[in-house]
Design a protein around this ligand. Structure first.
Ligand code: ADP
Length: 303
């Protein structure tokens, strides 16, 4: 049996989104608009994003043995994602509570990992054939670190790690990553430094991770696009200008576009540009999975 293009190792959540005029302060209550329930989680978002871009995609993760878990697995399957290694476990399906600020499209999010927290190294090893056969492995940090470590240890293809939500990572793990894709805040946490402001600060911090770490760091910079940092130098990749409606899943869409580019044989900066095009479509549409582009959408990005 031929392998998949990409094995996504990560979280699957039910997203509960409430649009608000402004985010409440601690202890404050604000009234929001109608709530939306839908699939989410960085793992699921990135898996669907990859599948929509035409990649043969497998999802490795855990959902609860509950109605939400069944609904999410079915939705991923309907998107063309191989869910043989999306395992139901006796814990609630992961939940993300998303406060979506109308206007600038920024989100404030609380994640309850639930079943995602049960993805351990053993469950990842159960998918060993899929991981070793994949041309790329794409992981994030909404699952336990030992699961991520096992996935990157088993990987024989290109390893892309989106270190979100951020936490410091062992060097051993980072050394097995080909392309690390943090945003500025995640980069700061990884380096245990203040958030870098200027492009030079971003580049310096990203460069500091390279010795004994990932082969490349691609820092996403929101409306300023992305920065590709390798031992060979620094390249800026501009964002595609769009009217931002909802930034949910922008980073996930970026990662999928980047992986699609790398698997198409593009140099890293070109693959990052493909990531920016994918993310721009996502930012211009409401929702998470619903906002992810197809390969056809990328051929004609929004003006
Ligand atoms: P995250 O959502 O993970 O915090 P960013 O905010 O850096 O990540 O966004 C990821 C990518 O989404 C950026 O690199 C960029 O390509 C795209 N993006 C984000 N915001 C905008 C925007 N306002 N206009 C165009 N592209 C955007």
């Amino acid at each position: 049996m031929s392998g998949v293009d990409v094995a996504v190792v990560g979280s699957v959540n039910l997203d509960l989104t409430v649009p608000v005029g402004r985010v409440p302060r601690p202890g404050e209550t604000v009234l929001g608009a109608d709530a939306r329930r839908g699939p989410g989680g960085k793992g699921a978002n990135q898996a669907v994003a990859c599948a929509r871009l035409g990649l043969r995609t497998a999802m490795i993760g855990c959902v609860g043995e509950d109605a939400d878990g069944g609904m999410l697995a079915e939705r991923l399957r309907a998107e063309g994602v191989d869910v043989r290694h999306l395992v139901p476990v006796p814990a609630p399906t992961g939940l993300a509570m998303i406060i979506l600020e109308e206007g600038d499209g920024e989100s404030t999010i609380v994640v309850s990992p639930g079943a995602n927290g049960r993805l351990d190294a053993g469950r990842v090893r159960a998918a060993e054939g899929t991981i070793t056969g994949a041309r790329a492995v794409l992981a994030q940090l909404e699952i336990p670190i030992p699961a991520v470590a096992e996935a990157v240890r088993l990987a024989t293809g290109t390893v892309v790690l989106n270190p979100a939500p951020a936490r410091p990572l062992p060097r051993e793990l980072l050394s097995r990553v080909d392309v690390l894709v943090p945003n500025r805040h995640e980069l700061a946490v990884l380096c245990q430094a203040p958030t870098p402001e200027s492009p030079d600060e971003v580049a310096d911090l990203a460069r500091s991770l390279l010795p004994g770490g990932p082969r490349a760091v691609v820092v996403t910079l929101g409306a300023d696009g992305a920065m590709v940092v390798t031992a060979d130098g620094v390249a800026r990749v501009p964002a595609v200008p769009v009217r931002a409606v909802d930034a949910t899943a922008a980073g996930d869409s970026f990662c999928a576009g980047l992986v699609a580019g790398l698997l198409a044989g593009e140099p890293l900066a070109e693959a990052a540009a493909r990531g920016c095009r994918a993310a721009a479509v996502t930012v211009s549409r409401p929702g998470a999975i619903d906002a992810l582009p197809t390969a056809a959408d990328l051929a004609a990005p929004p003006a």
